[in-house]
Ligand binder design. Structure first.
Ligand SMILES: [Zn+2]
Length: 414
């Protein structure tokens, strides 16, 4: 075996769209029960505002809030483009600060990333990269992927395994990612840092709602995929040097009352534009004071739970360009002009709801076994992983979760 430069290899698994209200049922699932018995757990991680996937994953991988990493949304703002035709933040360059992958590459460690948001075109940073990139209507998915992924590795995996990928539906894509994880973990040069994002649960909850039979089936599929990774580590004989970090990004809430056409109404009132974040919206006002007055006067009709003004957003470490925002009353969401939204479940809620408390397991290596810690911040994940791997991630907004360390493994110098 080649010489390893990191004390532990880390497998960071993101389980999309589950949160505190799901904790009880997750702790009963075989893979998650396995982690809970062998590691440190909390169902009380404060996620970040906005509670949407790309900003949260960018925070998890950088240890910085959105006011520093600059990912405000899954998509750059494209107010007059239909949502099916919009480009997303697929390029790693969109993140304005250092990521764990950069820190690992600096130490010449081997990194792999599968379907992680904002990780495309990471040549020289991520060795084996299959980023989350969505083909737009009319685009060939493989050609699109060739632009963003690790090309030679992608070509090789396509030749060897593409028959195993049943379709491009998220549940099948996630199964394919589990297969690629097994192959990477099983190889002689297994990655020092492997990040993988499973989003079958997010997709299912958006389309079918939370608590449905389809939702329950998606959660069971998720457990099976994670179990495949545990088995791959055992089979490779690297249990002792492998640390699993399992995180979630946000929960979902059902949207029984439907979507309000806030953007259209603001346009018609000549107040500016709105950009939906699901259960909330950013407001790009032509005149902020006038827009605030309008929103306050029409609070009931627009089903606004509360307004976030500039000073509120700065306290939340919201993306710098966002100066005004709203959250919808429970059961409602917001939709952009020229777009449809028929989601039964959604996120983008404020940080006060239980679905904004997310799940975290730290398993193996220096971490305590069978222990629950009171809570953590989403910004703590990157510095904690950096510490475990001996990487340099200075100037993070978060801290190392030392309370999760066994006493013997606690460093004395800070
Ligand atoms: Zn998500």
């Amino acid at each position: 075996m080649s010489k390893r430069r990191s004390p532990y290899n880390v497998i960071l698994i993101s389980v999309d769209a589950v949160a505190k209200p799901d904790a009880k049922s997750f702790l009963e699932l075989p893979a998650f029960k396995y982690f809970t018995g062998r590691g440190t757990f909390t169902d009380n991680v404060n996620t970040i505002y906005p509670t949407i996937t790309y900003p949260i994953h960018s925070t998890a991988i950088t240890g910085r809030y959105p006011d520093r990493h600059n990912i405000a949304h899954n998509e750059p703002w494209q107010p007059d483009v239909n949502d099916r035709m919009r480009v997303w933040h697929w390029d790693i360059k969109d993140i304005g600060v250092k990521t764990l992958w950069h820190a690992a590459a600096e130490k010449k460690l081997r990194t792999a990333s599968l379907l992680w948001p904002v990780s495309g075109k990471a040549r020289g940073i991520i060795k084996w990269d299959f980023p989350e990139v969505l083909p737009l209507p009319g685009e060939n998915p493989v050609i699109k992927m060739m632009k963003y992924a690790s090309r030679i590795w992608l070509a090789r995996t396509e030749l060897m395994y593409n028959k195993e990928r049943v379709s491009l539906k998220r549940c099948d894509l996630d199964d394919y990612m589990a297969l690629l994880c097994e192959k990477l973990i099983g190889s002689a040069n297994y990655p020092d840092l492997l990040t993988v994002h499973f989003a079958d649960t997010d997709d299912t909850r958006h389309n079918e709602g939370v608590g449905t039979e389809a939702d329950k089936a998606a959660i069971l599929r998720m457990d099976k995929r994670v179990m495949r990774l545990i088995e791959a580590v055992k089979k490779r004989g690297i249990e002792d040097r492998t640390v699993f970090v399992i995180m979630s990004d946000h929960g979902q809430q059902n949207v029984p009352k439907g979507y309000i056409t806030l953007d259209k109404q603001l346009c018609e009132a000549n107040m500016g534009r709105a950009q939906s974040i699901g259960l909330g919206a950013y407001i790009y006002a032509t005149d902020t004071d006038r827009a605030v007055k309008y929103l306050e006067e029409n609070k009931e009709e627009l089903h606004i739970k509360y307004i976030l003004k500039n000073e509120d957003l700065r306290k939340l470490h919201a993306p710098k360009d966002i100066k005004l925002a709203v959250q919808a009353e429970e059961g409602y969401g917001y939709v952009d002009r020229n777009c449809d939204c028929d989601h039964l479940g959604d996120h983008g809620f404020g940080l006060e709801v239980p679905e904004a408390k997310t799940l975290l397991w730290l398993v193996g290596g220096p971490f305590k076994k069978g222990v629950t810690i009171p809570g953590a911040e989403m910004v703590d994940i990157a510095p904690t992983i950096a510490e475990v791997m001996g990487l340099s991630m200075p100037d993070c907004d978060g801290r190392v979760l030392r309370e999760a360390y066994e006493e013997d493994n606690k460093l004395t110098n800070n």
